[in-house]
Write a protein that binds this ligand. Structure first.
Ligand SMILES: Cc1ncc(C[n+]2csc(CCOP(=O)(O)OP(=O)(O)O)c2C)c(N)n1
Ligand SMILES: [Mg+2]
Length: 382
């Protein structure tokens, strides 16, 4: 008769209160470097995170300088008629650059229309990044090769894709993490809730990064959600969450690295809310003076993520005038090159508009395709 071996002792189950505490975000946004560039004292009850190494902070600063110059250049390209539309992320650079620094090249990134700077900071070709916004093609880069999904305009759909890809990668035994960015307004979309729930139930290695820039076009956060922080939206689904000062690059990087490590370890998804602000209009088609005060914008300019990190790095001797000037010159020459490359008119194949979207196109799409083909034929014969 086989003898029964005793099972290894199971650790005592965490109490419901402990399980809830483990999910809760810090009561205040995590901040490591304050708006004045000095080390910020930890607010009571806030989780502690290690300060990133000085080399990482210098790298973050370099990426932000490059990113801001790119953003200014892209905005100018709209005015010059070279770009159809550009949603600026000025003021959100700390979030934008931390994404690429927290992810491995083999991890998947799911951006929105507002995340061009994050794509450039991740190392994608700036002209390819702007292809969609120029209206040239579906997406300018190869999503499979870059492990970067096309920039998503239908709000929140990218979160579902991220959860699915993360789950699929895990099923295939890989330790890939997927990071999906989403705006404050888009957290009201059903897709976001379905994605967070699916990821939690299947322990999919996804990080959801909410860039709370206070507005969904003209709709302020107060008309979007009554939650104390958007980070609390994870708890109902059993997803650990954190909130961070989204204008403190050191804090965003530290928190995102923690979230990515959590997901990679097999512990399931993580939700991070970054408190930040959109300094520019929603897009060039928007007039923000109709729905917000100049004083509010001024207050956020005083919390500028670039100035904050620069002051910190200069204060501890890691950056001097020569270093800052050399980075500014690099950013200027990258902007020059972008401007020059965007002057070339690409060869377009308008019928490609109807390709690569559906395996079996819908009837409406077939009708539209026929109409465009007819119009093109008329133009040619004119
Ligand atoms: C499903 C869907 N509904 C509506 C829109 C129109 N729309 C485009 S951007 C936007 C506001 C989104 O705000 P938020 O999620 O806060 O992102 P932000 O633009 O501030 O980065 C809306 C309503 C859309 N693109 N997709
Ligand atoms: Mg927003």
């Amino acid at each position: 008769m086989p003898t029964r071996t005793s099972a290894p002792p199971t650790p005592p189950a965490a109490s419901p209160a402990d399980r809830l505490t483990a999910l809760l975000p810090s009561p205040e946004p995590v901040c490591l470097i304050g708006p004045d560039g000095a080390l910020a004292p930890a607010a009571p009850g806030t989780r502690t995170y290690p300060m990133p190494a000085t080399a990482d902070l210098l790298d973050a600063y370099r990426r932000m300088v490059m990113g801001r110059r790119f953003d200014v250049q892209a905005s100018a390209l709209v005015r010059q008629g070279r770009l159809a539309v550009y949603p600026s992320s000025r003021g959100q650079e700390a979030c934008q650059i931390a994404i690429g620094m927290a992810l491995r090249p083999t991890d998947w990134f799911f951006p929105t229309y507002r995340d061009c700077v994050a794509l450039v900071a991740r190392g994608l070709d700036p002209v390819q990044v702007l292809t969609l916004l120029r209206g040239d093609w579906h997406c300018g880069y190869d999503p499979a090769a870059t492990r970067t999904a096309p920039q998503c305009t239908p709000l929140a759909t990218q979160t579902v894709h991220a959860a699915g890809v993360a789950h699929g990668e895990r099923l295939q035994g890989r330790d890939t993490v997927a990071l999906a960015v989403i705006g404050d307004g888009a957290t009201s979309e059903g897709d976001f809730h379905e994605a967070v729930n699916f990821a939690a139930v299947f322990r999919a290695p996804v990080v959801f990064l909410v860039q709370n820039n206070r507005y969904a076009i003209s709709v302020p956060l107060s008309r979007q959600s009554a939650a104390p922080s958007l980070a609390y939206k994870g708890i109902g689904y059993g997803v650990p969450s954190e909130q961070v000062d989204g204008n403190d690059a050191a804090a965003v990087l530290a928190v995102l690295r923690h979230a990515v490590a959590h997901a990679r370890s097999g512990a399931g998804p993580y939700l991070v809310e970054a408190h930040t602000y959109r300094i520019e209009a929603h897009t060039n088609a928007d007039d923000p003076t109709r729905y917000r005060d100049a004083a509010e914008v001024e207050a956020w300019l005083a919390r500028d993520p670039l100035t904050r990190l620069e002051t910190h790095l200069r204060g501890n001797g890691a950056l001097d005038d020569a270093g800052a000037e050399s980075l500014a010159a690099q950013a200027e020459s990258a902007a020059d090159e972008l401007r020059r490359r965007m002057l070339d008119d690409p060869a377009l194949a308008p019928m490609d508009l109807f390709a690569h979207v559906y395996a079996r196109p819908t009837t409406q799409l077939e009708e539209q395709r026929a109409r465009v083909a007819g119009e093109l034929a008329t133009e040619v014969s004119r």
